[in-house]
Design a protein around this ligand. Structure first.
Ligand SMILES: CCCCCCCCCCC/C=C/C(=O)SCCNC(=O)CCNC(=O)[C@H](O)C(C)(C)COP(=O)(O)OP(=O)(O)OC[C@H]1O[C@@H](n2cnc3c(N)ncnc32)[C@H](O)[C@@H]1OP(=O)(O)O
Length: 414
């Protein structure tokens, strides 16, 4: 009996396949890396040949996969993009042949690390892995886009949120607790989607909150590391467009919006969710922090306009310019928070109030909100545009870059 062994890479796994001839059949033993037992499968010879041919991605498959990547509707995230980049480079140029970028060149260093980590992986295998990865991405993104646009996307339809509707209340909960609910680009888009859906659903009020010990730690600082081919200028421009649209959704949101904060709330999510909510409930252990200057940035979410109006200009300066952190009690005393409850009874107290509010006539609430906010809308959109334009410049500054590098290299925590 003839017996030989080959190693085949499928996706990220390496399989050992042993072949043995057996009267017109070939028997395959597949050894999986994390599995002690061997699986034995018998195929007719002809089928085996077909399968083995199918394992090798052709140049055409590779080119198709490259085109498919350009058509992906949803950002697959930095980690996947780095994998795609490294496999592409390995498949087209072989092992990493670039000098290692400097420590401050975050993006190119991440790319270099990813490519270098592939070592001497053969070009053909890298090509196959690239094709497999793109194919798995296309199918997972297709299945997530099968959700009907405009229909009520429940928790499972979102990657970064949990959205539920009951008792006339739509609850949008940020759901990246391991990252302290930092807002990555996907979360910005999903929040906008969830707000648009909530504005049309049959609930009377909408509640915003966060899962875990942080309501939100603000903008995900790794958003600054994923630089497109157009460079940092293009990144900053896209960031300003995204931020303007994001804040615009809060300005235009028609229903009563209630922020429910049991925990710390930082930066970007704090300004719109406090500035435009008609009520903000906080547990007595919640804190509120806008470290814009610490990060070399400037106010957003219309806070440069709404905070001095809600608080006093002097108190707003302490918060927005000097980054003073407020306790729930202080924020309540200054009008940013509606009411503070002891942590132990917070859920019960707030939920009781929300259920009662949700029974009020929804149209009356919507119209009342409109009349309170409408004459400010134009002004808010103008302030939003101005803040985004100033921030676009700040994102290109050394002050901002250094602050982000310090956080990412764990030199500073605010
Ligand atoms: C050009 C870019 C375009 C972008 C798109 C638009 C952007 C609009 C931006 C508008 C301006 C926004 C301003 C702000 O939001 S300012 C606020 C920014 N936030 C911060 O500075 C907070 C940073 N985080 C911390 O200081 C600490 O994490 C924190 C005190 C919040 C908690 O500390 P703790 O010790 O309890 O927990 P860890 O630090 O271990 O955190 C756990 C993991 O979570 C990650 N994390 C937390 N916060 C962030 C964040 N904001 N961005 C990225 N990652 C975050 C942290 O790294 C840990 O991850 P690992 O477990 O993987 O290490």
């Amino acid at each position: 009996m003839d017996k030989h062994s080959i190693l085949v890479c499928m996706g990220w796994e390496q399989l050992e396949i042993r072949l043995q001839k057996c009267e017109g059949w070939e028997q395959i033993e597949i050894s999986l890396p994390n599995c002690s037992s061997l699986q034995v499968i018998s195929f007719p010879v002809v089928q085996l040949h077909l399968n083995r041919t199918a394992m090798r991605a052709s140049q055409k498959d590779f080119e198709n996969a490259m085109n498919q990547v350009k058509l992906l509707k949803k950002d697959p995230g930095n980690e996947v993009k780095l994998k795609l980049y490294s496999l592409y480079k390995q498949a087209t140029e072989g092992p990493c042949n670039m000098p290692k970028p400097g420590v401050f060149d975050l993006i190119n260093k991440a790319k270099w690390d990813a490519w270098n980590a592939l070592g001497s992986l053969p070009k053909e295998t890298a090509r196959q892995n690239y094709v497999d990865l793109v194919s798995s991405l296309s199918s997972s993104l297709e299945s997530s886009s099968q959700v009907e646009p405009g229909t009520d996307r429940k928790s499972t339809g979102y990657e970064t949120l949990m959205v539920t509707s009951e008792d006339g209340i739509t609850k949008i909960m940020l759901n990246r607790p391991t990252k302290k609910n930092a807002l990555n680009v996907e979360m910005y888009h999903e929040i906008m989607h969830a707000l648009k859906a909530a504005s049309k659903d049959d609930s009377a009020i909408t509640v915003l909150t966060g899962n875990g010990d942080y309501y939100s730690s603000g903008n995900d600082l790794t958003n600054f590391t994923d630089i497109p081919p157009g460079g940092v200028e293009e990144k900053a421009k896209n960031g300003a467009v995204l931020l303007r649209e994001f804040v615009g959704c809060f300005i235009d949101f028609p229903k009563p919006l209630i922020a429910w904060s049991m925990s710390s709330l930082w930066g970007i999510f704090r300004s719109p969710s406090l500035g435009y909510s008609i009520a903000v409930y906080a547990s007595d252990r919640a804190t509120f922090h806008t470290p814009f200057s610490h990060l070399g940035q400037s106010p957003e979410g219309c806070s440069s306009y709404t905070f001095p109006k809600i608080m006093s200009p002097a108190k707003a300066t302490e918060m927005l310019v000097f980054g003073k952190k407020l306790t729930a009690g202080e924020a309540c005393a200054q009008g940013l928070v509606t009411e503070v409850f002891p942590d132990s009874t917070f859920q019960k107290e707030v939920w009781t109030r929300l259920k009662a509010f949700a029974k009020l006539p929804p149209n009356a609430m919507r119209i009342s909100k409109e009349i309170i906010r409408n004459r400010e809308k134009e002004k808010l959109h103008a302030v939003n545009a101005e803040e985004c334009s100033v921030l676009q410049g700040r994102w290109l500054s050394d002050e901002c870059m250094n602050a982000v590098v310090n956080f990412l290299s764990r030199k500073s925590k605010l």
